[in-house]
Design a protein around this ligand. Sequence first.
Ligand code: GDP
Length: 424
Amino acid sequence: MKNCAIVGINWGDEGKGRMVDLLTQEYDVVVRYQGGGNAGHTVINEYGKFALHLLPSGIFREGVVNILGNGVALDLANLWTEIESVTAKGVPITPENLKISDRASLVLPWHIALDELEENRLKDKKYGSTKQGIAPFYSDKYQKKTIQAGELFYPDYLVRHLEDLLEWKNLTLTGVYGAQPYTMEKLCAYLHEYGNKLKPFICDTSDWLRSAQAEGKSILFEAQLGALRDLDYGIYPYTTSSNAVAAYAPVGSGLPSAKLDEVVGVVKAYSTCVGEGPFVCEWFGPEAEKLREAGFEYGAKTGRPRRVGPIDIVATRYGVHTQGATTIALTKLDVLSYMEQIPVCAKYVVNGTETEKFPFPAALADAKPVIEYLEGWGCDISGVRTWEDLPKQAQAYVEYIEQSISCHIGYVSVGPERDAYIKR
Ligand code: GDP
């Protein structure tokens, strides 16, 4: 039996969905263990092109059981919409191949309202939230002020719990933000509608996972976002509100005793970042526009243009350590084919001193990139499928990154399609 986590090494959008979709063929179970519908994994396969938000990326593989663990932010309405749109393209989703943890906590409509109200209050100091309610949700979860999915099976208990939460939450909505209060009718109607649709999928997934583990099934843990957005280890406060690190996978999946045999860290061949926060090697102007267009760097959830720049070795090395990556999947190498020279951010200068160490978040504002250039390869590599066929300059770029981050690059992706990759 082998357990593996697939995680982002940088700011997210590294192409994790594409790697999970590829690697699920070797696994029996795929578990999402943190985050919510605030990011998107793009997957292209025989069914078409999908932007998955909450569904695990193993949903397309026959025989794979997909689990939404207790660590996720479970937005019932969004999940239902996603299930409808994926099944409409011919992908079967049933309680056999999708299981939702009864211990997953619910994103409630007021979390989404509060996210918007707070971002509006912050104006130009906003965090760049996707307004999916994720930060208000996680803060409520840790205050023990939201609902767990399993409560849907205990209607009387649920109503009493909701009444308490409503009284408390309306104090914030009306008192702090001057917004409209919620009513029990509205909340109950919401939970009735989506709860009834999703109840068949909700079960004790920990129990199920323990049995799967005992039977020797292999489990793939799928993360959302990347190390630099991790609540504890990322560029706080411009992080997400959950732990995106592999170490959280056992806890957030419902199998706290699980051991990770492998951690595949996904790194993009250049840098991208969505939303606010320090981004040391950011490009602006036509240079940025060209890279953004070449990589089609627009948010899968929001359509927002992503901030772009050369690969950041300092941040990537930090991400590799933080994730405990055992292998790297380098994605989107094909996108750099148009460049005559390939820029890399090899070091930072912080307060006049060169460093290879990723600084404390507050020091990032003063960090300047030290850029080095490698030779470009000047041809389309999207059809290449073996290491030997990759141009020497592209090989040199991959090897440069590998040496700089001290981690083996086991996969090089050269296109979004399932088979567009090189295994090393
Ligand atoms: P995720 O959230 O980490 O799964 O990443 P996203 O799905 O947001 O972003 C990755 C994007 O790059 C998607 O549109 C993928 O289809 C695309 N993609 C992934 N790997 C490659 C690759 O090697 N080459 C190209 N050109 N596109 C890729």
